[in-house]
Write a protein that binds this ligand. Sequence first.
Ligand code: GLY
Length: 337
Amino acid sequence: MRIFLTLAAFFFAAPAMAEHHEAAPVTPVTIVIHGGAGALAPGRYSPEEEAAFRAKLNEALDAGYAVLESGGAALDAVEAAIVLMEDAPMFNAGKGAVFTRKGKNELDSSIMDGATLNAGAVAGVTRVKNPIKLARAVMEKSDHVMFARDGAEKFARENGLELVKPSYFKTEHRWKAYKRALKAEKENQKDAALFHDFKYGTVGAVALDAEGNLAAGTSTGGMMMKRYGRVGDTPIIGAGTFADNKSCAVSSTGWGEYFIRLTIARDICAQVEYQGKTVEEAADDVIHHRLQDMGADGGVIVLAPDGSYAMTFNSKGMFRGVKNAEEQIIAIYGEEE
Ligand code: GLY
């Protein structure tokens, strides 16, 4: 009898023991970034310029992925990648931002934590070196979600963020583009290429960390020649940025007025959550149908809790990249990956 009980215990216990020893599923830590969508066709940049864009995108991916690989939080990875792009003069965010109609640089940014749905955003700042850091400080150190202009800068000072002179953001190539736009406007000309480019340029990142948490962040100088007080989609939670562990994380780039009206980022995550779509299907619907049908363009990066991702745009190109344990991809033009 004792032998029978021992054998029975072994056979019944064995599967349970086997289950106990099964490895826990590993979260596929991933970062996806963009450096803006627009009229990006081969030949637009010199080989040297193109190489510089690709190198900086790789650097931003590496910075964000290093955080994730060492067990860091998705929010930290997003911030690390965006800071690098804000500091790089070639992107329309931080240093290198486009000029307003009055010849100023006014910056917008936002960040969101998919684990808690906490979010922070700033609009129209002119002296904060890294607006993404300020957006995060708003999320973590205030009771509010968004601060604008003077108030945002007062909050930045009170919280020890690095402030710079407004001239820090000025770059020669943006100044020349601004002067060309002023001239074209004065002469009542339609400089099609330039006017098309008015609407683009933004940087963003979405990340998935080892704890399974998602985060998203976006930063921009907005639209060139924007009027007094104009705010685009970038600091609007649900338009420029959204993250929820239940569905996905999104960062947008494109013609802000349309991204606000279509609540692009939230719509993608809602389709994933309520309709069971993949991130690719949801991004495809929102960008290639809803946005396209309104006659606007731009793009999104989207990341799901299982590590699946989409980099979707209906403009000619989008600076973009992804890094996970299996791949590191950088692309600029359509159909490049
Ligand atoms: N998507 C950036 C802006 O419209 O301001």
